[in-house]
Design a protein around this ligand. Sequence first.
Ligand code: NCD
Length: 313
Amino acid sequence: MDFKGRDVVSINDFTLEEINYILDVAEKMVPAARGEEALELVPGKLLASLFYEPSTRTMLSFETAMKRVGGKVIGFSDVSSTSAVKGETLSDTIKMVEAYADIIVLRHGREGAARMAAEVAEIPVLNAGDGAGQHPTQTLLDLFTMRQELGHLRKKSVALVGDLKYGRTVHSLTYALAKFGVHLHFVAPEALQMPPEVVSHLVKRNSGFSVHEDISEVMGEVDVLYVTRIQKERFPDEEEYHKVAGAFRVDNSSLEGCKKGMIIMHPLPRVDEIAPEVDDTKHARYFQQAFNGVPVRMALLSLLLGADMGVLK
Ligand code: NCD
């Protein structure tokens, strides 16, 4: 399998076998991700971390990952300090950054921005979220978490809850889970249901899914409850947001009747979709999930930079 020099724009850039391979490599990265051992897989390589939209986990875990495999990081997270405010185009910024770094991670508010950057740059570009488009590296860490907790994914049942329209994490995750043969339940108010292009992809593949407006309809049968934030910043109109804000709140009482081994995931940040009391239940996995961003991104950065993985145990 050859990953060297590739871009990661959409989760569909990977086959099922490639995804499993990345997750296998990520497993080997866990001790170094925890700081228990030091790796020098990409000595002297530079990651350019370009965040045009706010981020905590994605940005910090990419930076941690790059440093944990022996690389270095440059970049920005405050667009107001860059030449974008002077009117520089994204394309020009990418052409220039390409001359400074070996790999680029980009988060941008515009859907398709990562695709454009990948076309402009010769070096690998990783999409860390493009508007309401995709978030493929989040999906890899989500899959890693599910595999870790459930053993395998085949025939499992996953409910995606919340903002399925504007949430990029659930778009990428749906494409990936369909590859794994997972049965999907889309739980959202009608106005925030999965976009038609995602649904038609499932129909074409004959992938099993069902649509719901109430979590209680699926609580008893799912192995994973994947909860998401309503993406306030993507609503064209604040009033529309207020109509659906708080549509779902998972608390201990809503978990009644769930499978014993069901896990609750969330890409974070949460606002009020999961009550803090749920954190203390045996179902909560969202903080573990956030940690998993480090080994998964270590694996991905090393593979794309062509590191010699022979040194891994
Ligand atoms: C998500 C995102 O930015 O799409 N966060 C993340 O990367 N973990 C989810 C969100 O903002 O709601």
